[in-house]
Ligand binder design. Structure first.
Ligand SMILES: *Cc1c(COP(=O)(O)O)cnc(C)c1O
Length: 408
């Protein structure tokens, strides 16, 4: 134990951030100091149920014992080699991740945005070398209201002005079509199209679930037109929706799948592009890389994540508790909730604007010990750890009901 001279309060810590920390976030006023499972505790020892789970980076809860143990074991042995050398953890991670996702090859990276950037590079190279698109003419078709990360290339094809404005000039070569609209997609795809890049469920947009048949349609269309289907499963994947991948709800197999968030077990950033050998295989030495991508600590933790997913327990929990979540939200329709979309343990809940903005409702929930995040306007997103119990989930829904009827 270390003796602290002065432990700063939550309020002091929040004030201390202001002058020194970039203002690119507007967090709720809670300062988390420790966590376990579905619960976090603030500096003053107040406990909160985590109904956001790090935007699905914490699908297995905080500090899952198996993941912490794998991390500790690896920390004691080897943490980083760079890819200048092989490390003894990477082969198993790649084999197991390919097997889990039914894909051939793995390109390991770190953050989600890097996986998206890597997917874009792979798709473009494939377009030039395999499809025969003339040099520098390749296009990638994306969906309106997408969220794929924060790099300059990625925000360049965002339709969210807050994310884009002031960051141009942007990378050319992207076409934006409405989500969930196969006719628009059909019209946008041509001989220069390298790939269609979409989220199987749009998370940041408010958990927007496309119509049944959309993903099948995207798969059929991309195959027929001779371009790639790239699925960004960074938030939707790894158990969240009740399946390992959200595309499995329509039994669709994309050409490339982008993974991140939960792949690092809530411990370190781990992302990957997984895909077909004839696509990922276009990359040759020197053409892409990352100092940290595929590091032994990340590979060890990622492999432990795969161990958990292979049991099927988390996918099952998401499915079963998803019934409780939908039931609870249905009961709130007309009682402060004007609509919701849910799949597995993931929901976008539209709050009656008369009650308050998503932000205000999130703040009220926080004061009652439940942490959530608003998305757009009056929508809040629920995405608890998949380890949550039925009782905890019912408790959170009860607190939401209280907050909605309070009308402060
Ligand atoms: C979070 C997210 C990303 C970006 O991941 P980062 O690790 O924050 O860079 C990309 N795509 C989707 C669908 C996401 O939810």
């Amino acid at each position: 134990m270390t003796a602290a001279v002065h432990i700063r309060s939550s309020a002091e810590l929040i004030r201390a951030e202001e002058p020194v920390l970039a203002h690119n976030y507007h967090p709720l006023p809670v300062v988390v100091a420790r966590a376990e499972g579905t619960w976090v505790e603030d500096v003053e020892g107040r406990r909160y149920l985590d109904m956001l789970a790090g935007y699905s980076a914490l699908n297995f809860g905080h500090r899952h014992p198996a993941l912490i143990e794998a991390a500790h074991r690896q920390l004691d042995r080897l943490t980083l080699t760079s890819r200048a050398f092989h490390n003894d953890r990477l082969a198993e991670f790649a084999e197991r991740l390919a097997a889990l996702t039914g894909m051939d090859m793995v390109l390991p990276m770190n953050t989600g945005a890097e996986a998206v950037e890597s997917g874009i590079k792979v798709a473009r190279k494939w377009a030039y070398e395999v499809k025969g698109v003339p040099a520098d003419r390749a296009t990638i078709v994306v969906a309106a209201e997408n969220f794929h990360g924060r790099t300059t290339t990625i925000v360049g094809f965002s339709t969210d002005e807050t994310a884009r404005a002031g960051f141009g000039p942007f990378t050319p070569g992207f076409k934006i079509v409405p989500y969930n609209d196969l006719a628009a997609l059909e019209a946008a795809v041509d001989d220069t199209t390298a790939a269609v890049l979409i989220e199987p469920i749009q998370g940041e947009a408010g958990v927007i679930i496309p119509d049944e048949g959309y993903l099948t349609g995207v798969r059929e269309l991309t195959r027929r037109k001779g371009c790639l289907f790239v699925a960004d499963e960074i938030q939707s994947g790894l158990g969240r929706t009740g399946r390992t991948l959200a595309v499995e709800h329509e039994s669709v197999v994309p050409d490339l799948v982008l993974l991140g968030k939960a792949l690092g077990g809530g411990i370190v950033p781990v992302s990957a592009v997984v895909g077909r050998r004839d696509v990922v295989g276009v990359l040759q030495p020197g053409q892409h890389g990352s100092t940290f991508g595929g590091n032994p600590l990340a590979a060890a933790i990622g492999t432990a994540v795969i161990d958990l997913l292979e049991t099927g327990e988390f996918q099952r929990r998401a499915t079963e508790l998803g019934v409780v979540l939908r039931g609870g939200l249905s009961g709130l329709l007309g009682k402060g909730v004007v609509g919701f979309r849910a799949r597995g343990l993931w929901a976008g809940v539209d709050i009656d604007p008369a009650i308050g903005s998503g932000r205000e409702v999130s703040a009220r929930l926080m004061r009652k010990g439940v942490l959530v995040k608003d998305t757009h306007g009056s929508t809040i997103r629920l995405a608890p750890p998949l380890t949550i119990t039925g009782e905890e989930l019912e408790g959170a829904l009860g607190t939401l009901a209280e907050v909605l009827t309070e009308r402060s």
